[in-house]
Design a protein around this ligand. Structure first.
Ligand code: NAD
Length: 208
């Protein structure tokens, strides 16, 4: 399965079935065949190819964005200007300039919730390792010590993706400023580019 299908259908499935307080009322994707397939599976009637049209749907209160990274800021603009609360998958954008544009858009809509996805923050069993264990069980046999591993990032962070969506739902219900926010997205992008520069120059860099 391609990653976009996986990411889109995983989030859609979580919103439709696993997040109390959320109802999936519409799906939008430029690839309408794919959107229809997911919508049919999840019993969602409204399917759109154009994000602006979906955002004009009065049944839609909040929008979750999982389109390709380069389109995130355009999607944020469409959704925020249509008066929707917005959840956007990380990364915020592919460069700092676009992140700053996103900051301006979000600042102009102070009464709407914006939350940036970062599922690791909501991982109750945060673990770092080359081979992430799916449980704490280790088996010692004639093959040595074995432990079961997650096969992909969707199963690795299954619970965390649901928790972050629950948290977003809670922010919308309470009308509170969400975290991670757009500024976290800009900072993360600055850090990522500084890491790259540091690696290329082979020297330590200081960030303001
Ligand atoms: N949380 C994480 O660790 C993590 C990791 C990888 C990717 N992501 C995010 O997951 C999401 C999916 O990533 P991907 O690389 O699989 O995306 P992708 O490039 O494959 O695109 C996802 C979908 O967006 C649709 N789309 C793009 N532009 C559109 C438009 N203008 N109108 C309507 N539909 C449009 C495409 O048809 C496609 O089905 C992205 O938001 C990405 O930033 C998050």
């Amino acid at each position: 399965m391609e990653s976009d299908v996986l990411v889109m259908s995983m989030h859609a499935c979580n919103i439709a079935n696993r997040v109390p307080g959320m109802e999936l009322v519409a799906i939008c994707d430029g690839n309408t065949a794919r959107a229809k397939e997911v919508a049919e599976e999840l019993n969602v009637e409204a399917v759109y190819a154009d994000p602006a049209q979906m955002c004009a749907d009065p049944n839609v209160e909040a929008v979750a964005i999982f389109t390709n990274t380069a389109s995130h800021v355009d999607m944020i603009k469409i959704a925020m200007e249509a008066g929707k609360h917005v959840f956007c998958e990380k990364p915020l954008a592919e460069n700092v300039e676009k992140c700053l544009k996103a900051e301006e858009i979000i600042k102009a809509h102070p009464n709407q919730v914006f939350m940036l996805g970062f599922m690791r923050r909501f991982d109750k069993s945060y673990r770092i390792g080359a081979t992430p264990s799916s449980s704490l069980v280790e088996v010692l046999s004639e093959h040595g010590v074995c432990h079961e591993c997650y096969q992909d990032f969707v199963s690795r962070w299954h619970d965390a993706y649901i928790t972050e969506m629950e948290v977003f739902c809670d922010y919308v219900a309470k009308g509170e400023a969400a975290e991670p926010n757009v500024y976290d997205g800009t900072k993360a992008t600055r850090v990522a580019y500084a890491c790259k520069e540091s690696f290329l120059k082979n020297e330590l860099l200081t960030l303001d």
